[in-house]
Ligand binder design. Sequence first.
Ligand code: C5P
Length: 398
Amino acid sequence: MTLQGKNILICISGGIAAYKITYLIRDFIKKGAEVQVLMTPSAEHFVSKLTLSTLSKKPVYSDFYSDNGTWNNHVELALWADVILMAPCTANTLAKMVNGMCDNLVLATYMSAKCPVFISPAMDLDMYQHPSTTQNLELAEDFGHQLIPAEFGELASGLSGQGRMAEPETISKIIEEFFSSNKTLTGKTVLITAGPTYEAIDPVRFIGNHSSGKMGFAIAEEAANRGAKVILISGPSAEIAKHQNIEIHRVTSAKEMFTKVFDYYDSVDIAIASAAVADYAPKEIAQEKIKKNDDSLTIELVKNPDILKTMGERKKKQFLVGFALETQNEEENAKGKLAKKNLDMIVLNSLRDDGAGFKGATNKIKILTRDSLTDYSLKSKKEVAKDLLNFVEEQMLK
Ligand code: C5P
């Protein structure tokens, strides 16, 4: 009874995959959950309320008012739910969700909810690939909702491609995992640095690098999911922190990052330095935009403070994790940094590996400690964040 005592609100919108929800309801009920089903008016064409209410053992609502004249309170329904599952979620319902429209009971309930929302889209392949759908799915993820991507296969239109709603077993597994995920970092504070730093040359120009911040934000998100309080100190990055346990501080230069880090460092349990901090900054920042008068221009650079090395020097109880992005003698250089910066572990990513490094959604890492080396396969940055924190937790228990 892995879902015992959990309240699951399923919102069905009008797609052929609606019939599959009947299997999902049975499965949730078998696992001990209470299930409340809502549907959009068009979903009623695809699956009957009678079937859904018999399986869920509750009346199914699709309108603000029931036939007997009672008002279906969307706020109450939303607050009742431990999770909301939008499945199948059509392109239309998705578009309305991310644009704040609430012209039916499903949407009004969704907008009133404070609990986690899972979205399982289902539509024809061209609708799934349409830029508006891509954008809307991204927006939904930015809101902090969890996307259960559509699968590849035969579609109701007879075409074949991505657009099939994830199978009920897949959805059920994701919901179960969500409820069973151990809050292994509850009570811990984790400090994470992320992104690049920009070192000003003059009011318009800077020295920077290609770091996107994706890795650091993924670690922050995963640590927060595990119950940690996260202090995320990020250089300029387009990433957004979604979890409410994440306190984000945005900085620009290495010096600003240094100051912010040491405002918090003494009180944290784990510190993870994933930022790509510029090693050097212009000695002087020109007050006005530098004119292109001469054929050559020399900018004198001075060394930035090494934030991670200073964290190593001031280390008391903190478990300290560094990153190394190397292009040659990778393991040797990473080991050197581990010792020199007094780290507990170092995460190595090599620019030689395809799919590893700065901008992409994937990474391939090796984790080194004083006496071990663990090699991981190419994974999404989300999965890498999980591996990394699993490793930290194991080491802290030693
Ligand atoms: O020495 P190197 O820059 O290669 O080390 C990389 C590691 O040190 C990363 O974890 C990075 O976040 C950190 N670092 C830092 N401050 C710097 C330079 C690097 O915290 N000024």
